[in-house]
Ligand binder design. Structure first.
Ligand SMILES: C[S@@+](CC[C@H](N)C(=O)[O-])C[C@H]1O[C@@H](n2cnc3c(N)ncnc32)[C@H](O)[C@@H]1O
Length: 219
């Protein structure tokens, strides 16, 4: 608990970690201005939704210095890890945002985002919680409002029902599936990028789970 409090305190000091009040949700001052007022360049912005400790965000940012990355999660203690690494490595193309993804439209404008990663989202298996799945139609409708036309969405999950649910949503809503596999590490997918492993992915792999992956664009 002491360590968590120390991390929350340090979170307040990171200039690249934004923690707006969650209630009531209001438009963020950087909405529509991430390029000009934070990154100070016009490089594409890539989001990782439910980024936890931000492994994908940080690893992709190292591999692609010509892109900007924003990791989004509502848990401050997890975001601390990514934010700390960014500070230690003096990275300038990464930010973290502590918000409810439900309120994403308060934080980004039309066409402000070029690509989205959803990494090991909570599967929300009960049918009554379908609305909470990060690939539910109501979430995809929100992503559509901030994503450039043709912007790619990547999903990695160990949860086969969640993977199949997402494939169903893509088909029913006439989105465009580019690639999918229910066994990433025995597929022909490009493992240079897809092989980045998050905290949860490492746990699932140790348990012998297969990793599912879908890449798609929105109609
Ligand atoms: C299973 S964890 C995966 C974390 C990380 N992507 C990884 O693979 O290690 C799911 C993450 O999504 C976050 N999350 C779930 N629903 C969210 C929501 N509605 N808004 C913001 N974050 C959310 C949780 O806090 C958690 O960190």
């Amino acid at each position: 608990m002491k360590r968590k409090l120390a991390r929350f305190a340090e979170n307040e000091t990171f200039p690249h970690l934004f923690q707006p009040k969650m209630f009531p949700p209001v438009d963020h001052p950087l909405k529509g201005k991430w390029h000009t007022d934070f990154f100070k360049n016009e490089n594409p912005i890539v989001l990782e939704l439910g980024c936890g400790r931000g492994e994908y965000t940080v690893n992709l940012a190292e591999k692609f210095p010509e892109k900007n990355f924003i990791g989004v999660d509502w848990k401050g203690a997890r975001l601390w890890r990514g934010a700390k690494t960014v500070q230690e490595n003096k990275m300038t193309n990464v930010a973290f945002l502590r918000i409810m993804i439900q309120n994403i439209l308060n934080h980004f404008s039309k066409d402000e985002v070029s690509e989205i990663w959803i990494t090991f989202p909570d599967p929300q298996p009960q049918s009554t919680r379908e609305r909470k799945r990060l690939t539910a139609p109501r979430f995809l409708d929100q992503y559509k409002q901030i994503l450039k036309a043709g912007g790619i969405i990547h999903l990695k999950t160990d949860n086969k029902p969640f993977y199949e649910y997402t494939l169903g949503v893509i088909e029913e809503n006439k989105h465009h599936k580019i690639y999918s596999t229910d066994d990433l590490y025995h597929s022909d997918a490009d493992n240079e990028i897809l092989g980045i492993k998050t905290t949860y992915e490492k746990i699932f792999l140790e348990q012998g789970s297969k990793i599912c992956y879908v890449k798609f664009t929105l109609a």
